[in-house]
Ligand binder design. Sequence first.
Ligand code: PEP
Ligand code: MN
Length: 349
Amino acid sequence: MIIPKAGKLTPEQLAEVERIAGEFDCSILEIVGRNRCIYAILGDEGRELMFNRLRGLDYLARVDLIESPYKSMDRKSALAEHQVKVGETSVGEGGPFFIGGHCTVDPAEPNLYLETAAALKEVGVHALRGGVWKPRTNPYSYQGVSKALEIVLEAKARTGLPVDVEVMDTEQLEIAVDAGVDILQIGTRNALNYSLLKEVGKKTTGSSTAVLLKRGRHMAPPNEFIAAAEYIVAAGNPNVMLCPRGTMPALDGYRNQPDESITPLLKNKTWAPIVVDPSHSVGRDEYVPACCMAAVAYGADGLCIEAHIDPAKGIGDDPKQAVTPAAFAEIMAACRDIWPRRYQPDSLG
Ligand code: PEP
Ligand code: MN
């Protein structure tokens, strides 16, 4: 991992670094951050001679060996200083980051979404979620339509809040990015779709677009989750947030196996903010507040919660698991109370 003294290497400096790395069968990946670029060494990094040659270049501030399989996501990587920002908010700074909104935006009832958005803005959420295209287990359930994106964009215009929309393929990715969606959600079913993850990183290189990567439903080890995020970062976008959302098989009575407790393990391995989704984890509005508090106690930087002005009128998951804006406000207060006592990993010293 290479950190230049200036914000970015000049083309000549980059060419020199690439030439040296190439002599040792390594290549260089430029990762464009908000304030600076860093450069990952891809290939067998452990070549002492290569390191000595690179360390001798006077325009480099640091050349570090990152041994983990996820070089950019590692807590010891130069990206550890990278702040993921959504709109004007740095995720995980000063309190939990809250995303709220419908599971699914009903194109026949735009006002329901617009009213939810206004109420959540009032409550103080940082970003709105709204399902436009939906990954449904039943092929005959409502699948979503692009038209619903217009409603989400209208809510963004009215509230001034950033918006989070799931994309499942490159066509939807293109539409969402062109429309200025602020957070691209990659759902649990696509968490291991490496081609899509690469496309997401490529398409948003150098932009301020953030990515909320959900944990795959059958993902066992934390490393697999972090490695999936590495695909996005390595393809060019370091603005990644990791989202535990419950795994399969489900715990009897819950929708999934709640996994907010994975948060401390992740925080010890990676710098990326952890934004827990309690709604898909427990799957019932009644259990959502407790899951949110547990997530924050475990050290989560934020929460992505399904919320609806009138859950019974919702489509998708909303009738079962969305909380009302009033309940959302209570959740926010409870989580802010816990925030100062949350788990935090020891500093690396
Ligand atoms: C959702 O957020 O509505 C959703 C489908 O989530 P997941 O990918 O976690 O199932
Ligand atoms: Mn949902």
